[in-house]
Write a new protein. Structure first.
Ligand code: SAH
Length: 225
């Protein structure tokens, strides 16, 4: 049984937003190289159409980023899957910090995979909508705050995992400082047009930095709205 089976038929989805549409998306993600069964299963269940505006709901199971207002986008499903998989590859983190809540979709995926998610968003209206979605879906293991996420969430550090869903030109030291010594960080890094998905993970006594693939994210900006 799906974790969300007690939702209304509208919320569970019909036609273009049905379970069949989600199943097809999962097949496509697998064909495009996503292997982690836990990630695929969580994404198979989570109704992505509830994370976009109603007018775009019929496109929710295309493997594409979509606008969510305020000039921001919900990430492409393949990217959400790849980042989640990269985070979980060596160990399952217990406490994960996400920077850039946006629609809340990536946070909701992580909430199905780890014990506790903390997420920070700089645009209040987006955060309000994301919180409404978490409530509607009965997701109780996400804590969120309205702040400039480049500062992380120092009161709650250390984190076993940190995920950024907006790209800085470099990695913020404040965030690296909030990563547990054996923690993993996954983030898009670089200027527009030449961003790379980077992973920092423990290696012997130190850390290694790996480049996973080329990506295209909205920029990590300062201040709050
Ligand atoms: N994880 C989101 C992706 C949203 S796009 C999802 O699944 O829908 C990236 C988000 O990062 C945007 O909402 C943007 O407002 C936010 N963002 C950009 N810079 C930020 C910062 N410094 N602190 C917190 N959020 C930030």
């Amino acid at each position: 049984m799906s974790a969300y089976s007690r939702l209304s038929p509208e919320a569970r989805g019909l036609g273009m937003t049905s379970q069949r549409a989600r199943d097809r998306l999962i097949e496509r993600l697998q064909a495009d190289g996503i292997k982690d069964r836990r990630v695929l299963e969580v994404m198979r269940q989570l109704p992505r159409h509830l994370f976009v505006e109603e007018a775009l709901a019929t496109r929710a199971y295309e493997d594409t980023a979509l606008p969510i207002g305020q000039g921001q986008t919900i990430s492409q499903p393949w990217v959400v899957a790849r980042m989640s998989e990269a985070l979980l590859e060596f160990q399952t983190p217990k406490r994960v910090l996400e920077i850039g809540t946006g629609s809340g979709y990536q946070a909701a995926v992580l909430a199905g995979l780890v014990e506790q998610v903390h997420t920070v968003e700089r645009i209040e209206e987006l955060l309000r909508n994301a919180r409404r979605r978490f409530r509607k879906l009965g997701i109780a293991n996400i804590r969120s705050k309205h702040d400039d996420g480049r500062l992380g969430w120092p009161e709650e550090a250390l984190f076993d995992g940190i995920v950024l869903t907006a790209a800085g030109v470099t990695l913020e030291n404040a965030l690296l400082d909030q990563l547990a010594p054996d923690g993993v960080l996954v983030a898009p890094v670089g200027a527009a047009g030449r961003q790379q998905l980077v992973r920092i993970r423990p290696d012997g006594d130190g850390r290694v930095r790996e480049v996973l693939c080329a990506v295209s994210f909205v920029p990590l900006l300062s201040g709050v709205l």
